[in-house]
Design a protein around this ligand. Structure first.
Ligand code: ASP
Length: 331
């Protein structure tokens, strides 16, 4: 039987049924797991490790490091890893892990639920059973398994607050669909012969800025001394306002002058940024801005945090940012 490590980090899946929405502690979670899925050990030889119990909106790079190190420390002893996680920032954690866990030759699956496992009408049972089954397969990447879909983690984004079908992968097809049978597609990352490595240090020296009509740029006063990169979430193909008070150009210009990296992503989740299409994108491109291609915002931000944590020099970050690391971008 395959050995699977279940890493508990919190989220709705591990809340109590009272709907007061408390996180269950270690023993409370084991009790609910035994009650709701008593046959879980027929799927695999499962061990549970309680890392922390947080709403995922409270997670940050320290938590990503704890999860990555838990995978690293247990890597040799298990065939696959399932991480129970809140849905709100699951796509960020999945993306971050896909960059910092390199040359994986085992599956790492994140899952959670919209309704606590403790509740009778929960989607948790299905998600957890599916995730464990996928974790017993010989797959080599970080995935999100939710509502009968398996997506590449760093291509995934949370789309729905209230629907069981909460996630989508706008620019990459699902890796597997789960129905009567589990249908694996041929979209998985190929296996690797290199040894598994982890790089769990992430930098927070970035600013994610969303463009909107009437953005009052006088409110934007970054600490230029420490800021290393700005991600501008622009409109459409990478377009942003140039005129009047809302013009972001003076801010970007300061960034270019200080060799701050300027990355342009889009508010439109489908398709790829193309900075050559309109005046603002072309101006930014001329000064050295980088388009984020078809990466999700979650992948863009966490990839930068990973690269800034790993490389001191922004020119290394610039070069690496444009290369795929874990299938996060179409080139
Ligand atoms: N607020 C919860 C979380 O992300 C939502 C969920 O798990 O669905 O932790």
């Amino acid at each position: 039987m395959k050995k699977i490590l279940l890493l508990q980090t919190g989220g709705t899946i591990s809340m109590d049924e009272s709907r007061k929405l408390h996180q269950l502690d270690r023993s409370g979670w084991s009790r609910i797991l035994d009650k709701q899925i008593p046959e879980i050990n027929s799927l695999a030889d499962i061990e549970v490790e309680h890392l922390f119990a947080e709403d995922s909106s409270d997670l940050n790079r320290q938590h990503w490091k704890i999860i990555a190190e838990a995978v690293e420390q247990n890597y040799a002893d298990f065939d696959g890893f399932v991480i129970l996680h809140g849905t709100d920032t699951m796509a960020y954690t999945a993306s971050a892990l896909s960059f910092c866990l390199q040359h994986l030759d085992k599956p790492v699956i994140l899952t959670g639920s919209q309704v606590p496992l403790a509740n009778i009408r929960s989607d948790a049972r299905r998600n957890l059973v599916n995730a464990i089954e996928i974790a017993t397969m010989s797959l080599c990447e970080v995935m999100i398994c939710f509502n009968d879909h398996v997506f590449r983690g760093n291509r995934t984004t949370k789309m729905s607050i209230g629907d069981f079908d909460a996630f989508a992968s706008p620019n990459y097809p699902p890796l597997a669909e789960i129905g009567l049978n589990i249908e694996l597609r041929d979209t998985f990352l190929a296996g690797t012969t290199q040894s598994f490595e982890t790089y769990p240090e992430f930098s927070d020296r970035i600013l994610l800025l969303k463009s909107h009509p009437n953005l009052n740029t006088s409110y934007l006063r970054p600490d230029w001394g420490s800021l290393r990169a700005i991600v501008l979430e622009a409109f459409g193909s990478g377009n942003f306002p140039l005129k009047d008070q809302q013009g972001i150009w003076p801010l970007l210009k300061k960034g270019f002058d200080r060799e701050t990296l300027i990355i342009i992503t889009s508010q439109a989740p489908y398709d790829s940024v193309d900075l050559t299409k309109y005046e603002s994108g072309r101006r930014a491109l001329d000064k050295g801005a980088i388009g984020a291609g078809d990466m999700t915002v979650e992948a863009t931000v966490t990839k930068l945090m990973y690269l800034l944590g790993r490389y001191k020099d922004n020119s290394d970050v610039r070069n690496q940012f444009q290369q795929p690391i874990a299938g996060e971008i179409t080139v």
